[in-house]
Design a protein. Structure first.
Length: 319
């Protein structure tokens, strides 16, 4: 539980455990690597219409023949076969994955009873897409999350790459599910709006994955997390002094919200996406000040100013 701050006393909620959920989990990387010919690939596509339509985006190909040819080329590629074996080794325990998914879905349905639990497919995509989820399908690309020992890794900088390891797969899925419920003002493009929007997503993730370390939810290293917690007041003072909250400049918002190795405008040790983390703390404070607000009500709240005002967020600066 390294990096854990708010979840030190994680106990299973007996009420959540009562929530009825059936997890349909299918390991598709196995039949995928049995494809040897275009005819095999066509049969695979016929057997997996949802995967073909939604994840493989069948309609973007001129014909099923073209898509099947592409699939057959991938499935017989020596490098991808090796990555497939490594991915399968990293996620060998199907029962454990099913149990983790069940707990995730139970928590989502506990807070959102109408949540449609999608069938889950694991797959090896050739590092084309890490995860897909909607009401009718979830696809987990195991090759993205196989970890540092894999022969091939996603083509992203190291500070993003570290988040592509097995412990990050379910947090990534939880954040993706949050977008179904996370409402926002479409006309409000301020930094505060972005901060609260991301903050709500992370708060959602921590509620549906209550035993998951903060470092895994946001993707900071333990050292980065400790550093930003210690300097929370300094970070907030910088945001206020530079009048950043209501900036609508995409360039400025990207500096504090986007993927970067650090934010030297604050300090060279300040991690990238620090505005996302501050937004999370604002939402946490808001919910602690309003214990009667449900997760569903929080996610439906579109006014970021109301959340900021209601949070009374004023971290003390340590000099």
């Amino acid at each position: 539980m390294s990096g854990c701050t708010s979840n030190e006393t994680c106990q299973p909620d007996p009420e959540v455990a009562k929530v009825a959920v059936s997890v349909q989990l299918e390991r598709l990387e196995q039949p995928f690597f049995q494809i040897k010919t275009v005819a095999d690939a066509k049969q695979f596509l016929q057997q997996q219409p949802l995967l073909a339509d939604q994840f493989l985006q069948r309609r973007q190909f001129p014909s099923d023949e073209v898509l099947a040819t592409s699939l057959a080329r991938l499935s017989t590629n020596d490098g991808l076969q090796k990555l497939g074996r490594e991915s399968a080794a990293a996620f060998r325990d199907t029962d454990s994955l099913r149990a983790e998914l069940k707990q995730l879905f139970q928590h989502v349905r506990y807070y959102f009873p109408a949540f449609p639990v999608p069938p889950v497919k694991t797959f090896v995509s050739g590092l084309s897409q890490d995860l897909f989820v909607n009401d009718s399908l979830m696809v987990l690309s195991l090759d993205f999350f196989a970890g540092p020992k894999a022969s091939y890794r996603p083509n992203v900088p190291d500070y993003i790459l570290r988040r592509y390891a097995p412990p990050y797969m379910l947090p990534t899925a939880a954040l993706a599910i949050s977008s179904k419920y996370n409402q926002k003002q479409l006309t409000n493009q301020s930094m505060l709006s972005e901060m609260v929007q991301f903050g709500k997503s992370l708060y959602f993730a921590e509620k549906v994955l209550p035993c998951t370390a903060d470092s895994l939810l946001i993707g900071f290293t333990d050292k980065e997390l400790v550093n930003v917690q210690f300097n929370e007041g300094k970070v907030w003072a910088h945001i206020l002094e530079k009048k950043l909250l209501y900036s609508t400049s995409p360039f400025i918002i990207q500096k504090y919200m986007g993927e970067r190795p650090n934010v030297p405008e604050i300090d060279k040790t300040c991690p990238g996406r620090v505005g996302v983390w501050v937004g999370w703390q604002i939402v946490r404070k808001y919910m602690s000040e309003h214990p009667n607000v449900t997760l569903a009500q929080l996610m439906a709240e579109k006014d970021p100013q109301r959340i900021l005002n209601g949070s009374r967020y004023r971290p003390k600066r340590r000099d």
